[in-house]
Design a protein around this ligand. Structure first.
Ligand code: FMN
Length: 373
């Protein structure tokens, strides 16, 4: 094994604690929507897709985004749902298989808000909802500005899904607060024009997320970890930012930490990009420094920096080295790393890295998006 390979094995194979959960190593699978669950039910192919990666050394699986039980939460009937008997029975099998393979697993709970277009059945008739009924980039509302009753229903849906996750054997939950979906639409001034308690400054815009975290916390056991994923960028506004300074970031994250978040998952597209001026820290690094909570970093790990959004347009990405990542781990900048495309491409990615078999890592090809294997 080369020096760099044995350093990777040594650093990444250390266990880590998130809330009451001990994860066997530092490697997480990033949440990735796959749309292979007809009727919202994860089937046997989804079970083996996740179990295969757990068996090959992924310490923590964060599932693809899965809709909470609110009529406007989703739009695709092939995205798995986290409500309904059949759907939850499918998920229970996923959790069981991942545990049998030695891994841990959390579902990513998702409400898409104003990203919703005309839905497929059973979502066809529900309105798109959001803080102000605005799509990203639009000035005029095309959807419904949520009433207090809508807000209460969404909070209840997240809490219920988290309760179900604990009941059917998951190890925690991740709340999807990133990428321009519902929670992020509240966090971002571009889509949140409310003048009530849920709009205004950053603290007010974080209120919905804060209340969801608190409701989830109240529903699940005290040691059941709650992870919150957030991002500066939005799916339809890559340059958008929630915070321009560490102080602004802290005003969003501190209430969430106080409400009961155990770990943050700071979504960036390239983990080596400094988040603010005058420091090399990335978004996960700043989040850990500001909140004191464990954090997960992500973004082009093991790849050359070809953006994952370009992957959807058919671009490949070459293998990249892990030296910068390992330096940051050694400085204790963050606690875990999530791997997206590299793990789609190669279910054995984590095992190869933990064994120091770097020469066996393959470039990412977008053909991996088309199959579930
Ligand atoms: C096919 C695909 C689907 C994705 N779906 C989700 C999702 O459901 N939820 C989420 O938070 N991020 C999603 N992402 C973003 C990934 O979690 C990750 O942040 C991104 O791919 C960057 O990591 P990478 O460079 O290692 O691929 C998705 C990415 C890909 C490639």
């Amino acid at each position: 094994m080369t020096a760099s390979a044995s350093r990777a094995a040594e650093i990444l194979s250390r266990p880590v604690t998130l809330g009451g959960l001990t994860v066997p190593n530092r490697i997480a699978m990033a949440p990735m929507t796959r749309m292979f669950s007809p009727g919202g039910v994860p089937g046997e192919d989804v079970v083996s897709y996740y179990a295969r990666r757990a068996a090959a050394g992924v310490g923590l699986i964060v599932t693809e985004g899965t809709y909470v039980g609110h009529e406007s939460a989703g739009q695709s009937d092939s995205v798995p749902r986290f409500h309904g008997d059949e759907q939850l029975a499918g998920w229970a099998k996923v959790a069981e298989a991942v545990h049998a393979a030695g891994g841990t697993i959390v579902p990513q709970l998702w409400h898409i808000g104003m990203v919703r277009n005309q839905g497929e059945p059973p979502f066809a008739d529900a309105p798109a909802v959001g803080p102000s009924g605005l799509r990203i980039g639009a000035d005029e509302p095309t959807g419904k500005a949520m009433t207090q009753a809508d807000i209460d229903a969404v909070i209840g849906a997240f809490a219920e899904a988290a309760g179900a996750a604990e009941r059917i054997g998951f190890d925690g939950v991740e709340l999807h607060g990133a990428h321009g979906y519902l929670l992020d639409q509240f966090l971002w001034e571009g889509t949140n024009r409310r003048t009530d308690a849920y709009g205004g400054d950053r603290v007010a815009r974080a209120k919905l997320s804060e209340e969801i975290v608190a409701a989830v916390r109240e529903t699940v056991s005290a040691d059941f970890p709650v992870i919150f994923r957030f991002s500066q960028w939005k799916q339809e506004a890559y340059r958008a930012r929630l915070a321009e300074t560490p102080e602004e970031l802290e005003s969003i994250l501190a209430p969430l930490a106080a409400a009961g978040v155990d770990a943050f998952h700071a979504s960036t597209r390239r983990y080596w990009v400094p988040e603010f001026d005058d420091s090399d820290l990335n978004l996960a690094g700043w989040t850990k420094k500001l909140t004191g909570k464990p954090t997960i970093t992500v973004g082009s790990v093991g790849l050359d920096g070809t953006d994952f959004l370009k992957s959807f347009q058919g671009e490949s990405a070459e293998v990249g080295d892990l030296d910068n990542l390992l330096d940051r781990f050694e400085r204790d900048e963050f606690d875990m790393v999530a791997i997206g495309r590299a793990l789609l491409q190669d279910p054995e990615w984590a095992r190869k890295v933990l064994d120091g078999r770097f020469d066996e890592l393959a470039p990412y090809s977008p053909a991996a998006l088309k199959i579930l294997s």
